[in-house]
Design a protein around this ligand. Structure first.
Ligand SMILES: [Zn+2]
Length: 343
């Protein structure tokens, strides 16, 4: 059984990419600082070297394929204009494509979108189409809060977002709802802003008829669904109080959760609360938490161990989590022809 990790970021990019971004940001005030794309002409060897840690973790942990996207905090949609965001997204997406081309067995691409606060996401359609149609990507990361922690744009369920949903539906690819860096000092980015974003998206979906308008739209809420599984009773009760349908009818045909929860009991709660058909294996490595848990002597983000340890899971359920659900949600049948591990 191939193990598909649906949530990995390219956090180990070659150093000149950071310099490119620094100059791009400096150019907002001093246009002469604007970087040239020539800075980013990395050799295949440089590209290969940059993902060796990712590959080592795949081998050591027994995972096969990572659905791979640009660094989430690096998207920083709150910085600069939509034009800056587009340039940065193209650069980052092209690097993902290079990694996926060099290691087609190990990585499948997902893109960053050129979102910008206050700009309707129509501006993302071109880059989404390019990534899916030309680069062979299987989805995108959609930032519910391009302002970086100030939530200045309408909720994900507002018609503001509908053009991007129409395109996702047409292309038949899912979006992972994924915030970026926090510009608000109240919210630590991975500890608070990420989990807030996940929980907020879930509640927005619960209160809307978005999935009546887009019955085939698929959204993945990462980081185990934020606080949603832990507070499942609250959300079921709120839906009931609001005379909304039950959660399974309301959103569980469209909303999925990943397993980026970094302790055994947390993942077991997820597996017992959320229907197995809605859970996709993921680790988010190399990413949010990089250390080793002294109580287990294993990496916190080695999430496969927690699922392997849940011995009450049936083989069928385990296969769905590790493989089947990702194939379904990302429509991986489209890439299996060119993908030896998944064929
Ligand atoms: Zn992530």
């Amino acid at each position: 059984m191939p193990v598909i990790d649906c949530h990995g970021h390219y956090t180990t990019t070659p150093k000149p990419l950071d310099e490119y971004r620094k100059r791009q940001i400096a150019a907002l005030k001093e246009p002469a600082q604007a970087p040239a794309r020539d800075m980013l002409k990395f050799s295949d060897d440089e590209m290969r070297a940059s993902v060796q840690s990712q590959l080592k973790f795949q081998r050591e942990r027994g995972t096969d394929v990572t659905i791979f996207s640009p660094r989430a905090a690096g998207m920083s949609h709150h910085i600069g204009t939509a034009a800056v965001s587009l340039d940065w997204s193209q650069v980052c997406n092209d690097l993902i494509h290079r990694v996926c081309t060099l290691y087609p067995d190990n990585f499948i691409g997902v893109c960053q979108l050129p979102q910008s606060p206050g700009v309707r996401p129509d501006n993302c359609i071109g880059e989404l189409e390019r990534c899916v149609k030309e680069l062979g990507f299987v989805g995108c990361n959609l930032n519910p809060d391009p302002s970086g922690g100030y939530w200045t744009d309408p909720p994900l369920t507002d018609r503001w977002w509908y053009p991007i949903y129409e395109k996702l539906t047409e292309l038949d690819v899912p979006a992972m709802v994924h915030v970026s860096a926090s510009a608000n000092p109240n919210f630590h980015h991975t500890g608070a802003h990420y989990i807030n974003g996940d929980t907020t998206a879930f509640m927005q979906f619960l209160t809307s008829d978005l999935f009546k308008d887009f019955p085939t739209l698929r959204m993945i809420i990462p980081h185990g669904g934020g606080a949603a599984p832990y507070h499942w009773g609250r959300y079921r009760g709120l839906a009931q109080d609001m005379k909304r349908p039950q959660l399974d009818e309301l959103l569980l045909k469209n909303v999925y959760f990943d397993t980026c929860v970094y302790h055994k009991l947390g993942i077991e709660l997820l597996l017992k609360i959320v229907p197995i058909d809605n859970i996709l294996f993921a680790s988010e490595m190399v990413g949010a938490v990089r250390g080793i848990d002294p109580t287990t002597s294993h990496y916190y983000d080695d999430t496969k161990r927690y699922i392997d340890g849940a011995d009450w899971l049936s083989d069928t359920d385990r296969r769905k989590i590790f493989e089947g659900n990702a194939r379904k949600v990302y429509r991986l049948d489209r890439v299996t022809g060119r993908h030896p591990v998944l064929s």
